[in-house]
Write a protein of this length. Structure first.
Length: 157
């Protein structure tokens, strides 16, 4: 038996270190938290997608008393993009959240496993890694490719 080390690459940065487009995407994700419907968790998540044709799609989480009938912000944006722009790859995905007090989270939040799988399949569909921005007030995590979120992903299909 031997130990195997799996490495991922995540860059940590501040808002002022982002490119203009990345900063804009984070701001749109923050704005999208205002459209969230989260009466049960009180955790409001917003997402912003930049498509290959430079279209921007917003998403936000939508909860429902009939769990698990709700939908995460990331998937709401990805699925809206797929329905409205089925031939456009996702270039960038920015994610932000507000806590139960309505404050932006101090630390970056990351997508759930289901959203990560959808992201992996979106990358595979278009053959393009997604540039990912996870916003927190203290820092922003930036990475290229969902394998940095889910290194041992299920993708042989």
């Amino acid at each position: 038996m031997k130990d195997v080390e799996v490495k991922i690459k995540i860059r940590e940065c501040q808002m002022e270190e982002l490119s203009d487009i990345d900063r804009a995407m984070v701001n749109i994700a923050v704005e999208a938290t205002d459209s969230s419907y989260a009466p049960y968790s009180h955790f409001h998540v917003g997402a912003a997608l930049l498509l290959a044709d430079n279209t921007i799609i917003r998403g936000c989480n939508q909860e429902n008393a009939a769990f698990p009938a709700g939908l995460c912000a990331e998937r709401s944006a990805i699925f809206a993009a797929g329905a409205q722009h089925p031939d456009q790859a996702v270039k960038t995905l920015a994610i932000a959240a507000r806590d139960h007090n309505g404050e932006l989270t101090e630390e970056p939040i990351s997508p759930c496993g289901t959203c990560r799988q959808v992201m992996i399949e979106t990358e595979k569909r278009f053959g393009l890694p997604i540039h990912i921005l996870l916003y927190g007030q203290k820092r922003i995590y930036m990475m290229d490719g969902t394998e940095n979120l889910m290194p041992l992903s299920f993708s042989d299909f």
